[in-house]
Design a binder for this molecule. Sequence first.
Ligand code: PLP
Length: 350
Amino acid sequence: MGETVEKLERDFSDFIGAKHAVAVSSGTAALHLAMRALEIGPQDEVIVPSLSFVASSNAILYVGAEPVFVDITGLGDFNLSCDDLERRITSRTKALVVVHYGGYVANMDQIIRIAREHRLNIVEDTAHAIGAELNSGMAGALGDIGCFSFFSNKNLTTGEGGMIVTNQDKIARKLKLLRSHGMTSMTLSRHKGHAYSYDVVELGYNYRMTEMSAALGILQLKKLSHANKKRKTLTDLYVSGLKDVNGISIPFRNYPRPSSYHLFPILLNQRVNREKFMGLLKKEAIQSSIHYPPIHTFSYYRRIIEPKKTRLPLTEYVGAHEVTLPLHPLLKKEDVIFICDKIKRILPKA
Ligand SMILES: *Cc1c(COP(=O)(O)O)cnc(C)c1O
């Protein structure tokens, strides 16, 4: 947490167009601190998609609050459904975690309208959507707090790492305290002679970023726009290669909002055996994955959430039939053509 971390924070807040950026050790740490900074705790409910990485809702549990899962919009749009969101708001709902699935920005205009009406805070889980830009601003700067992950498979990586952005001074101050044990002065300011001792004023954590990670982040940020453009080119190539293939549908086609093209998801027809399909891809040396096994279906969550609260038919359908194909900026056009070709041959056998 020296001058390199401070430089990454300045570069990042400039890039996102947010007043404050606070570097942390992971995206999960970012989400946890967001919950703490918004003073969410026991008795509170926080609405979150179940079709996400488990960290999106674990952060809610870390502060003793209850995650309330919201279904997705449909088989062509895996972002949260605004209709289902409104149905799940109660007098205890305090905030909402918006995940921009695969980098495709959720319907923020409508989400912000609903949040204002019900006085809910918005935390954007922007782990997928770094660099996606709407007319109203960049993903991550649209709600109260934006949480980014720099894990190794994200569009910008520092190995492990994360960033929190906000336009609110009070929240930024709190985030900075909580990231380092609630201590009132940091090693760097003592080193510079600004302080010689410190007080502890909050129950904080060690969620600090290292100088080495920040150095990676500064260079990664310079490459991001170019890398995201490459992801878009590859996505367009996948779409043209697979759009007429029987047995597959592609979500987010003609999507009305921007994307950072983090993932390329497809949906298999109900007659296709997904496990077999993924196995046959693997035999061709093509890696695939699933985004996501829905959070509410995990054993731990089944023990703690009442089943009647988890009627999420669209999430469950996508959880059972989705496959994510390789997408990263070092993939070549020929690779995508090769993958599409193999898929056409494999599908009838799966
Ligand atoms: C990666 C990811 C996280 C967690 O980030 P870490 O840096 O791995 O802790 C949270 N939410 C989503 C949607 C993610 O993809």
